[in-house]
Ligand binder design. Structure first.
Ligand SMILES: Cc1cc2nc3c(=O)[nH]c(=O)nc-3n(C[C@H](O)[C@H](O)[C@H](O)COP(=O)(O)OP(=O)(O)OC[C@H]3O[C@@H](n4cnc5c(N)ncnc54)[C@H](O)[C@@H]3O)c2cc1C
Length: 269
């Protein structure tokens, strides 16, 4: 349990204070959650609340730059945040929690029922991060891989594209319950993209499916169900959220549903 709280005044100060037994503290809704492992081994918490320049929302050409300390509520109240990001932020049903929880904290938590990561994967979001070597601009997939390999990174900004269509679907018993599946699809400049958070399994981007759809293959619902039934690299398990077969089926029908929604919106750009 942490015994020391440090208040960083800038992102570089926060990164400078980071040691192996310290953790960043943003909104605290994950760090302070009973049973959370987010900061279980941390002796020191480095609060980002007084860090300057981390809670802005600004247009930058065809993109939107969102400070990592932006709360979910600030996202849903903004006039310039795209609808697909607001939809993902609304998956956090509690307004009280939306007032505390931050975008950076949600990404860094890397939860398999993540509210934002499926959408951020689907729209190929990029992150500005501070590392020991300096500032880096990386895609959200790379962030996940590098964070899981133990690299220390402070997320300072999330960069999402404007003017694209993205749709999401989340399955949970109630709005407040953990989701068994959250899936997102988008039409980006590269073509259709699909990603999902599968509870107790992980976050996935379905590149083979994307390739098939981009090559003009007309896939029926049964084709998509068959694709996910046989998809390799998905480490899905039987648990209280459902069987492996159920989760693969759900991925298939949801992928079909989202691809239809994108097609119906005229690829929505
Ligand atoms: C009852 C309950 C249910 C929940 N259900 C869900 C759920 O279904 N899906 C979901 O995704 N989350 C869920 N959460 C977790 C949490 O509310 C969200 O993930 C939230 O967005 C975390 O943001 P935060 O600002 O509170 O992060 P914090 O709790 O402050 O931090 C979370 C993690 O991110 C790190 N961190 C924070 N900011 C940064 C940064 N800028 N750069 C690098 N690392 C950083 C922290 O060190 C910590 O490891 C739940 C929490 C509670 C209490």
């Amino acid at each position: 349990m942490a015994t020391q709280l440090l208040m960083a005044k800038s992102p570089s100060e926060a990164m400078g204070l980071k040691t192996a037994d310290a953790a960043f503290l943003a909104g605290g809704t994950e760090v302070n959650r009973l049973g959370s492992e987010a900061a279980a081994g941390a002796e020191t918490l480095i609060s980002l609340k007084r860090c300057s320049g981390m809670d802005h929302i600004e247009k930058d050409g065809d993109n939107l730059r969102i400070g990592a300390m932006c709360t979910f509520q600030k996202l849903v109240e903004s006039d310039i945040v795209p609808a697909y990001m607001k939809e993902a932020a609304h998956f956090m049903a509690s307004r009280t929690k939306r007032n505390m929880a931050t975008v950076g904290g949600n990404i860094a938590a890397l939860r398999s029922d993540s509210y934002l990561l499926p959408t951020l994967f689907a729209v190929c979001a990029r992150l500005e991060v501070l590392t020991r070597e300096g500032q880096e601009n990386i895609c959200v997939n790379s962030f996940m891989e590098e964070a899981l390999s133990g690299k220390e990174m402070l997320i300072t900004e999330v960069i999402v594209p404007l003017g694209i269509k993205a749709v999401s679907k989340r399955y949970a018993n109630t709005a407040q319950s953990h989701a068994v599946l959250t899936m997102s699809a988008a039409v980006t400049e590269k073509g259709i993209t699909m990603a999902a958070a599968v509870k107790n399994s992980g976050i996935y981007r379905f590149r083979k499916l994307e390739e098939a759809l981009r090559s003009g293959e007309d896939m029926s619902e049964d084709d998509m169900i068959a694709f996910f039934r046989g998809a390799e690299g998905l480490s899905i398990s039987d648990d209280m959220f459902g069987s492996v077969e159920y989760k693969r089926y759900l991925l298939g029908v949801t992928a079909y549903d989202l691809s239809r929604k994108l097609a119906d919106s005229g690829k929505g750009v």
